[in-house]
Design a protein around this ligand. Structure first.
Ligand SMILES: Cc1cc2nc3c(=O)[nH]c(=O)nc-3n(C[C@H](O)[C@H](O)[C@H](O)COP(=O)(O)O)c2cc1C
Length: 171
């Protein structure tokens, strides 16, 4: 399948089977994150793999009560290192959130290719997630995603037309 086909197929999954993920499949998903590009190749990230049921439920609670994430066999918590990244992107920002986002998207697309579902979770209390998982003060939590076999076929949520988002030679 082409990368574009995988991109077209991917949708946020909010209902999961409890089936566990074979080790070799899980390895390929993590490998996709590991191989992501980053500013100055500093790779300012860490991915916390959460399988413990109690921790998953606590993370769901800390994510605005989105309890569907605790049903997946795994929750991946993507963290970034603001003190160890390309610090002058566009002369105005640090790269860590972009770096981590690219790595998470890599992971999401390979998960899709492996028949696994994901859902980017951006609604969470960072301080709560940090205390649940012992994340150090100087490390940021960027996103969570459940990872598991889908138990639903999500509907297509549509996108803006290309003409609306692309311009040529000038803004
Ligand atoms: C930054 C970001 C934050 C998001 N936060 C949540 C969230 O907290 N809960 C949720 O169910 N979906 C969340 N989503 C998923 C979006 O709602 C979803 O990607 C969008 O509606 C398009 O649907 P699709 O992913 O099925 O194509 C988030 C996505 C992004 C990129």
């Amino acid at each position: 399948m082409s990368v574009l086909d995988i991109i077209k197929e991917r949708k946020s999954v909010r209902k999961y089977k409890e089936d566990s993920i074979p080790e070799e499949v899980f390895f390929r998903v993590l490998e996709a994150a590991r191989l992501a590009p980053s500013g100055k190749n500093l790779q300012p990230w860490k991915f916390i793999i959460v399988k413990d049921r109690t921790l998953k439920e606590e993370l769901a609670e800390a994510s605005a009560g989105q309890f569907f994430i605790a049903k997946a066999p795994v929750i991946i918590v993507a963290c970034g290192f603001p003190d160890y990244c390309y610090a002058d992107m566009g002369r105005y920002m640090k790269s860590w959130s972009v770096d981590v986002t690219i790595a998470v998207e890599h992971l999401i697309l390979v998960a899709q290719d492996e028949g696994l579902g994901t859902c980017w979770i951006g609604s969470f209390e960072e301080q709560d997630v940090k205390s649940i998982l012992n994340v150090p003060e100087n490390v940021k939590v960027l996103a969570l995603t459940p990872l598991g076999y889908p138990d639903e076929e999500p509907r297509d949520r549509g996108r803006k037309a290309l003409e609306e988002i692309v311009s040529y030679d000038t803004f």
